[in-house]
Write a protein that binds this ligand. Sequence first.
Ligand SMILES: CC(C)(COP(=O)(O)OP(=O)(O)OC[C@H]1O[C@@H](n2cnc3c(N)ncnc32)[C@H](O)[C@@H]1OP(=O)(O)O)[C@@H](O)C(=O)NCCC(=O)NCCS
Length: 428
Amino acid sequence: MSDHAKLTYKDHSVDIPVVVGSEGEIGLDLGAAKLRDQTGMVSLDVAFKHTASTQSAVTFLDGANGILRYRGYAIEDLAERCSFLEVCYLLLRGELPDATQLDGYRRELNRHTLLHEDLKRFFDAFPKDAHPMGILSAAMAALSTFYQDGDTEDPKAVELDIYRLLAKLPTAAAFAYKKSQGQPFIYPDNSLRYPANFLRMMFSFPTEEWLADDDICNALDTLLILHADHEQNCSTSAVRLVGSGHAPLYACVSAGISALWGPRHGGANQAVLVMLEEVRRAGGNVKKAIEKAKDKSDPFRLMGFGHRVYRNFDPRAKILKSKADMVLNKLGVHDPLLEIAKELEEVALADPYFVDRRLYPNVDFYSGIIYRALGIPTDMMTVMFAMGRLPGWIAHWKEMREQGQPIGRPRQIYTGPNHRAFIPLNER
Ligand SMILES: CC(C)(COP(=O)(O)OP(=O)(O)OC[C@H]1O[C@@H](n2cnc3c(N)ncnc32)[C@H](O)[C@@H]1OP(=O)(O)O)[C@@H](O)C(=O)NCCC(=O)NCCS
């Protein structure tokens, strides 16, 4: 018999089965114990700090030791030795592809890189200064109106939707950028690798040849790989929750993009750059920013620092720190913001406030600087994160549907008024 924990409260006593994960994580299965049915009680865990929403075989994250693995593979190995497309395949299918499988996958994906011409017109409707995350979220939801054959119960239809999403999101992202610049849309070139194709759609013009540098494409591959999954984070949980109601996959991805947008989640990479720019404009006084971040009467936080799960160095930030140097050297960019970022990191990591709270740089701290060096504008940075996170969102959505999870529907502890007598309008 498996282990049980015992919960006792007044005259209630309930045996709770213990679930042990493959890395030894322990969960109390309140669902299997039918806690509410048996006792009328529920667990209360605001912001899910102590709650696992599922069992999952996609990604392992050990925040205390700074470990991140997709399907068992260390993020360091994947970032160093794989392409983003291989990682997409790994996340979505569970295994790394061999060369033939990867080639087939790429060919399949390439059949879907174009956007429907009517969807292209859609970009004209947004104001010129629209945030590209708003455009991207709307564009992904709009795909569901163009592809209404997306039956989420049918594995073949799901596979097709996945190809479409992976292939079309970069095109939509680049179109959103081109629109904001008043430049002509550049259609995908299927002879190019995923990152090269995206960079070309972003930065080329119909008037001249344009080829992305290999090192730069590799750097973008790495960034996308590092973003590709992070288990049950805010946006992935949003995708799963919307998906649990059996909404179309496009709508679930659109919800994920919206969830990612905020500065406490994916929007932090944009917020980091805004913060570094402010420090630079104010004369580069790093210590002042640190003091502001520590001041509890000031809502300012050191952007790109701290993480809900990592209480140690974010392994992705470590990889990016060295990538940032490589990319900037390669491009011959001297970015004062990188100097400010390094100084901020040094000062914060020596400050008891950050040390005691175990606040380390997270992935967003350096990603913004690299994106900036690549020429990606600040408000497109969270879009880049979304492009990377897409396979992770879908892998979790797929896993949830394959597990047959019922609709997600948290409970609450009601704290409002008790029943009151209704007073008609003319008597109030
Ligand atoms: C990521 C984040 C939302 C995690 O939040 P969390 O797990 O709820 O952590 P908490 O907000 O409980 O933080 C714990 C303590 O550290 C402080 N803290 C956390 N991040 C901080 C930051 N970036 N700057 C200053 N103080 C911070 C909190 O004020 C809190 O202090 P207290 O214990 O004195 O009240 C938070 O660290 C943050 O806002 N970071 C900046 C945004 C960011 O980079 N987000 C990207 C995440 S990948």
